[in-house]
Design a protein around this ligand. Structure first.
Ligand SMILES: Nc1ncnc2c1ncn2[C@@H]1O[C@H](COP(=O)(O)OP(=O)(O)O)[C@@H](O)[C@H]1O
Ligand SMILES: [Mg+2]
Length: 278
């Protein structure tokens, strides 16, 4: 069998030599995003240093690390949100389905449709609940009203919000609670049918009940999406993620299956972090 080990190497055991190429192709097919020699700068400040890792399809990965270590900046490199930051510079590659998203022929609007994002602060548009979701569809040129209405309803359902809002779809999104607003943002992110969801501390400002609701959603979502979450909550990461990565001062210290990461960390610094010694 071919497997990906903790160092992201492809290992091939007990396999007929003729089948090796096939096995490697199959593994490659499982990879959604591959980050290669990624370096990222704010002006002269070299923040992210030589990051190499990959995210498998339909997996949940949590990026952990202390405040200021570059987690959010890293996440933003995965759908080019950093393009907006003046003076920022990126070297290296981010391959999405094998294609470099920093390549010349990339349509950034299409990239962001495919790689959706949910932010720390619930940030609905100052529009109705309905329009929050319909807006993205319209931007992408969808005009069919019936299609839009059905899609809005479906996304609210997937985000676990439909029952709570179905009688007030045309009320302002700001009339919702924080937890509901965050689920609306999730519904908005999935409206355009992405294959990757980036979530930057999506439960940071939510109460425990809303947090639990969102964590359950994420667990279900991996059937449909590749999910990359930034968190500083170690317990949460252990509970919901298949893979975990630890960043420190802009370096990726460790990246492995969550089981190994939490029970047998290879690096002392990871161990210190997960045992709360930071
Ligand atoms: N737009 C920016 N311009 C300059 N420095 C920034 C910018 N955004 C973040 N930084 C700096 O980069 C470092 C990492 O920030 P960030 O990626 O937000 O870390 P984290 O999400 O792990 O807290 C911090 O020192 C922060 O001050
Ligand atoms: Mg952050």
């Amino acid at each position: 069998m071919a497997e990906i080990d903790n160092n992201n190497n492809i290992n091939i055991n007990n396999i007929d030599k003729n089948n090796i190429d096939n096995a490697v192709d199959n593994i490659k097919e499982e990879i959604k995003i591959e980050v290669k020699n990624l370096n990222f700068y704010y002006g002269d400040y070299h923040l992210l240093k030589d990051i190499n890792l990959f995210f498998k399809k339909n997996s949940v990965c949590t990026i952990l690390g202390p405040s200021g270590c570059g987690k959010s900046s890293f996440l933003r490199t995965l759908n080019r949100m950093n393009d907006y930051t003046e003076g920022s510079k990126l070297k290296g590659e981010v391959l999405l389905d094998g294609k470099n998203i920093y390549g010349k022929s990339i349509d950034v609007v299409e990239l962001r449709r495919n790689v959706g994002m949910v932010f720390q602060n619930p940030n609905p548009f100052p529009k109705t609940i309905f329009e929050n979701i319909a807006f993205g569809l319209k931007i992408h040129g969808i005009k069919n009203k019936q299609f839009i209405a059905e899609r809005v309803e479906k996304c609210l359902k997937y985000a676990g919000l439909l029952d709570e809002v179905k009688d007030k779809l045309h009320k302002n999104a700001f009339s919702l609670s924080g937890g509901q607003q965050q689920r609306l943002c999730i519904a908005r992110a999935i409206a355009t049918n992405p294959s990757v969801l980036l979530m930057d501390e999506p439960t940071a400002y939510l109460d425990p009940a809303s947090t639990a609701t969102i964590l359950d959603l994420i667990a279900n979502f991996k059937k449909f999406y590749t999910i990359i979450i930034v968190s500083h909550n170690i317990q949460q990461a252990g509970r919901i993620s298949d893979y975990s990565g630890f960043f420190l001062n802009g370096e990726l210290i460790e990246f492995s299956k969550s089981g190994d990461f939490f029970t047998r960390p290879k690096d002392k610094r990871t161990e210190n972090f997960i045992t709360n010694r930071f």
